[in-house]
Design a protein around this ligand. Structure first.
Ligand code: ATP
Length: 199
C-alpha cells in the first residue's frame, strides 16, 4: 500500500488543478520558501479528515480555499483527492486503488467521497483505522508527532503503538458500542417513564 497520487484544485496556494504522482520509493518535494511545500502535506492531512484548521495553519474553515491573488480570483470551493495503491489489500476494500476525495465550500459545507461515491467522514476513518494512514496515524510525522512519541505521557505514546499493532480499530468499536449501549439505556428509561404516565 502506498500513496500514488494527489490531486489538488483550489486548495490553499493551488488554484488550478495540480496532479502530483508519487512513484514507489522516496519522493522529496523541494522549492523556495512560500512556494507551497507544506500546503501539500496539509492537503494530505485535510483529505484524510483533519478537522482542526489550526493544525492546517489556518484560522477559519475557508482558509484552506484559494483566497485569490492580484491576477487570479478567489475560488468558491476546493477539492483534494488522494489515491492509495491497495494491491496488497491492506485497506479492507475490494479495489486495487482507493481514492479518497474531500470537497469544501466557503459556506462551510464539506463532502467526502470514496472511489467517487459520496460517503461520511466516519467511513473514511473506519477504513483507515490500524493502517497508520489516518489523520492521527503515524504516516505523517510532523514536529508535534515526534514529541508525542517521545513524550513521557504513556497515554499519548500508547496511541501510536495501538495504531501500529492494529488495536485502534477495536478501541474505536468498543467506544462506539458503549455509546450505543448508553443511548439504548436512555431510550429504555424514557419508555419506562411513558409507561408510568400511561398507567
Ligand atoms: P517554507 O519553505 O517557508 O516552509 P513552503 O514551501 O512550505 O514554505 P507553504 O507554507 O506551503 O510554503 O505555502 C505558503 C504560501 O501559501 C504562502 O504564500 C501563502 O500565501 C499561500 N497560501 C496559504 N493559504 C492560501 C490560500 N487560502 N489562498 C492562497 N494562498 C494561500
Amino acid at each position: 500500500m502506498y500513496l500514488k497520487r494527489l490531486e489538488l484544485k483550489g486548495f490553499k496556494s493551488f488554484p488550478t488543478k495540480t496532479d502530483i504522482i508519487f512513484k514507489e520509493g522516496i519522493t522529496a518535494i523541494v522549492g523556495p520558501n512560500g512556494s507551497g511545500k507544506s500546503n501539500i502535506s496539509d492537503a494530505v492531512r485535510w483529505v484524510l479528515g483533519e478537522q482542526s484548521i489550526k493544525s492546517l495553519r489556518g484560522d477559519k474553515l475557508e482558509d484552506v480555499i484559494f483566497a485569490g491573488t492580484d491576477s487570479k480570483k478567489p475560488m468558491n470551493y476546493c477539492e483534494v483527492a488522494l489515491t492509495i495503491d491497495n494491491s496488497d489489500e491492506k485497506l479492507e476494500l475490494d479495489f486495487s486503488e482507493v481514492t479518497i476525495k474531500r470537497r469544501a465550500y466557503r459556506n462551510g459545507e464539506s463532502e467526502f467521497f470514496l472511489n467517487n461515491k459520496s460517503c461520511r467522514l466516519k467511513d473514511i476513518k473506519e477504513i483507515l483505522l490500524d493502517t497508520g494512514i489516518g489523520k492521527d496515524g503515524y504516516s505523517i510525522i510532523e514536529q508535534g508527532k515526534v514529541d508525542e512519541i517521545l513524550s513521557p505521557n504513556p497515554v499519548n505514546r500508547r496511541k501510536v503503538f495501538d495504531e501500529a499493532c492494529g488495536i485502534s480499530k477495536y478501541r474505536y468499536k468498543k467506544q462506539e458500542a458503549e455509546r450505543n449501549l448508553k443511548n439504548t439505556k436512555e431510550n429504555l428509561e424514557r419508555i419506562d417513564d411513558i409507561y408510568l404516565e400511561i398507567e
